[in-house]
Design a protein around this ligand. Structure first.
Ligand SMILES: Cc1cc2nc3c(=O)[nH]c(=O)nc-3n(C[C@H](O)[C@H](O)[C@H](O)COP(=O)(O)OP(=O)(O)OC[C@H]3O[C@@H](n4cnc5c(N)ncnc54)[C@H](O)[C@@H]3O)c2cc1C
Length: 260
């Protein structure tokens, strides 16, 4: 019997199984889900999952050629207004969740540019992980664009977090950067003086503030460069303002609205 207190999902949906989960901190979890049906997506797109009729979009960090869909989720506690994430936090391996059958989103690689500046806050790094994994896994991706050879591409991940245990993919990104000179990883913590960051020796400050300096040092042609911003709306707003008077191309993906 339907529970009148729970929202009903309208429209087409399928299901997925939680096959693995990993806690990074008390409020950051990684999920690996296995869709019940074939599921296709482009690197950078998001899927929509649900529990008890509550649904939310999540960008996908896995590459489309991986078996499971990988997600990196920040839990918003109930007392801060969270709805789905407190429920996700309680899902055990083997749990079934709903999944909308189609991935969506236009925050995808812009292959017409040579240089890709991926700016993200915490979970905002997710779409870039998918793009990088796909690029490295598939020599035929992206489809060739006139005037840009595959060897021309450079990728720069600029990730900001309050604490150094929140980066989520720092091990993978450090390894990739060590292995490939066309990949750079520049993480920064915004609360360097707090005890939790006692071992941090890297960059300090908000990532949006560091973007200008990074670009200036990099010295690439703005017209051949795309700056992406994903995650916290204030960071995105600020990077957008900084890019406005320049010739850098700019695209964004906001995970939530500031006035929510
Ligand atoms: C295209 C897209 C992709 C997304 N991808 C991801 C992702 O990869 N990982 C991820 O964790 N979230 C992602 N989100 C956010 C996600 O959809 C949910 O909004 C978020 O998980 C909170 O869900 P909730 O139901 O618990 O709270 P909601 O009911 O959605 O929101 C409750 C309150 O929390 C605020 N809020 C939402 N997210 C955060 C946050 N991370 N930090 C602080 N406040 C927040 C909202 O503005 C609102 O005030 C994405 C959103 C969009 C639009």
């Amino acid at each position: 019997m339907a529970d009148a207190s729970r929202p009903m999902i309208k429209g087409r949906f399928t299901t997925c199984e939680l096959v693995k989960r990993e806690e990074l901190t008390s409020d950051l979890i990684k999920f690996w889900i296995k869709p019940a049906q074939d599921y296709t997506f482009k690197p950078g797109q998001y899927c929509t999952i649900g529990v008890d009729g509550i649904e939310r979009p999540y960008s996908i960090s896995s590459s489309p050629d991986e078996e499971n869909i990988e997600l990196f989720i920040e839990v918003v506690p109930v007392e801060h207004g969270g709805h789905l994430t407190p429920l996700l936090d309680h899902q055990k391996v083997g749990a079934e969740m709903t999944l909308r059958p189609r991935a969506k989103g236009i925050f995808v690689l812009q292959p017409q540019y040579k240089h890709h500046i991926f700016v993200g806050t915490v979970t905002g790094v997710v779409p870039y992980i998918s793009m990088l994994r796909k690029f490295l896994n598939d020599p035929a991706w992206p489809e060739p664009v006139d005037g840009v050879a595959r060897e021309d591409y450079t990728f720069h991940v600029l990730e900001g977090a309050s604490y150094d245990d929140e980066f989520g993919y720092d091990e993978e990104l450090n390894e990739l950067a060590a292995k490939h000179n066309f990949i750079k990883f520049y993480p920064s913590v915004s609360r360097p003086n707090e005890e939790r960051n006692a071992n941090w020796t890297g960059a300090k400050g908000r990532i949006n503030v560091l973007v200008d300096d990074y670009l200036e040092k990099l010295g690439v042609d703005p017209k051949e460069t795309c700056v992406y911003a994903c995650g916290h709306p204030q960071m995105i707003e600020d990077v957008g303002v900084r890019m406005e008077p320049t010739d850098y191309n700019f695209i964004e993906e906001r995970f939530w609205k500031e006035d929510e």
